[in-house]
Design a protein around this ligand. Structure first.
Ligand code: KE4
Length: 428
């Protein structure tokens, strides 16, 4: 049920913003309804401009692991801004946050703060190219690393040729430098290295894929990437923008016991303010200007309020039993969704880990881009709108991941299960 004030504001937005949004997925295009315009949020709840209340599973696409407007985070931001919003010079808090992250993720010796995940991922690839002296990169179909040209590439015919641009504006010459492999297929990676090994600077991967719906790495997949890249002298980059501090106090790499050469971070480390970061082995990071010759810069990199939000968020995650609560809530909710789906027969499943899950409308197990493409997105759209009408706000796309926060309480989960039960009855 889209409310009238949302519609009024959305039509105004369309007069001055492309598609009426500042990021495409927010336009709700794939779920067949106009987007909601939000007015405020607190804990696990969001409120649109007409005062409709929603249990929120977007969590700003991952950053708000503590929940919306977490008092101690807000207090830290307020305290920081009273001393100025940006100095254009180093402040103590960015040193502190850098150290906290390096202490939490063993593979990260040094780290550079930037202002978005895209900036972090594109800078990590530039660094890998400089460090190896090679131009090609390998990414996986269905993985997303932000909107830099090098990442907006779909596999061309056959996986061994250079990609073709997905988005207009990406030069063919750029696209040809990006090779596309299939997630969970070491075979597809080996083939690319057989063809172009000496030219491949890096493999960049989401260790748990969150941008084609949630897809978990098969046993041995990530370890295989580590071996292949080592064998060929390429770098392994873990894009942990979603998974960084989401599943444990550190990266998914801490859980998997794998040391990538570079790690890309964002979302949670900014506590809801714009922060990205890339870090890794000292000998690689020392190539970044001004220590080295690989240029990268940013006006608001390391700004005090964003650092304050990130520092407070990480210190709360580190010192309280957040991950136990997130794990408990996640497995309880997913179990109840699976129980509902069992009564409905085929056509729907749940991929999940910790506080991340996606309800997938396919009768196949979703393990990569090819299988996620078997999802019935019309059914998902119907399911989505049914949930929305009952005050549950999932990410508006089949190809995204739901996030729980520490603020989701039993009554939020009960409300969600009831709504899903009703929505599934209508859809399946
Ligand atoms: P940003 O530039 O949006 O801060 O981060 C890009 C990025 C990089 N790597 C991964 C694994 C990511 O998931 C993202 C951004 N995630 C999307 C949603 N899945 C952000 C939401 C949006 O684009 O509006």
């Amino acid at each position: 049920m889209i409310t009238s004030r949302s519609q009024q504001l959305f039509s105004r937005a369309q007069n001055c913003m492309p598609g009426g949004v500042n990021s495409p997925v927010r336009a709700f295009k794939s779920v067949g309804t106009d987007p909601l315009i939000m007015k405020k949020a607190k804990g696990a709840r969001m409120y649109d401009v007409d005062g409709n209340e929603y249990v929120d599973y977007v969590c700003s696409w991952g950053p708000l692991i503590l929940g919306h407007a977490y008092p101690e985070v807000i207090d830290s931001i307020c305290e920081a801004v009273h001393h100025g919003t940006s100095y254009g010079a180093t402040c103590e808090m960015e040193i502190e946050l850098a150290q906290q992250i390096c202490d939490a993720i063993p593979s990260v010796d040094k780290i550079r703060m930037v202002s978005s995940g895209t900036e972090a991922a594109m800078s990590a690839v530039r660094l890998a190219r400089a460090y190896t002296g090679r131009d090609k990169i390998v990414k996986f179909e269905g993985c997303y690393h932000g909107h830099a040209d090098i990442f907006l590439i779909k596999a061309g015919s056959g996986m061994l040729t250079g990609g073709v641009p997905t988005s207009p504006g990406v030069p063919l010459k750029t696209a040809e430098q990006t090779l596309i492999a299939q997630y969970n297929s070491l075979e597809s990676v080996k083939e690319l290295f057989d063809q172009s090994g000496p030219d491949i600077a890096c493999v960049i991967v989401e260790p748990v894929a969150g941008n084609m719906g949630l897809v978990l790495p098969h046993k041995g997949f990530l370890e295989g990437l580590r071996q292949i890249t080592e064998l060929h002298g390429s770098l392994l980059i873990f894009d942990e923008v979603i998974t960084g501090f989401r599943l444990t106090y550190g990266g998914y790499q801490n859980i998997a016991g794998i040391n990538p050469d570079l790690t890309v971070l964002g979302k949670i480390i900014g506590g809801g303010l714009p922060v990205g970061a890339y870090g890794g082995r000292e000998d690689i990071m020392e190539r970044v200007a001004p220590a080295g010759d690989v240029y990268q810069a940013g006006t608001l990199s390391g700004n005090p309020p964003a650092m304050a939000a990130g520092l407070k968020t990480l210190s709360i995650l580190k010192n309280r039993d957040c991950y136990e609560k997130l794990e408990r809530s996640g497995s309880l909710l997913v179990q109840q969704i699976q129980d509902i789906l069992k009564t409905r027969g085929i056509g729907c499943s749940v991929n999940s880990t910790g506080s991340m899950f996606t309800v997938l409308f396919s009768d196949q197990e979703v393990v990569d881009f090819k299988t996620v493409m078997t999802c019935d997105t019309d059914r998902f759209a119907l399911f989505y709108r049914e949930l929305l009408n009952q005050g549950i706000c999932f990410p508006p796309s089949q190809y995204e991941t739901c996030f729980l926060s520490c603020a989701h309480e039993p009554d939020d989960l009960e409300k969600t299960v009831k709504a899903i039960n009703k929505a599934v009855e209508r859809v399946l």
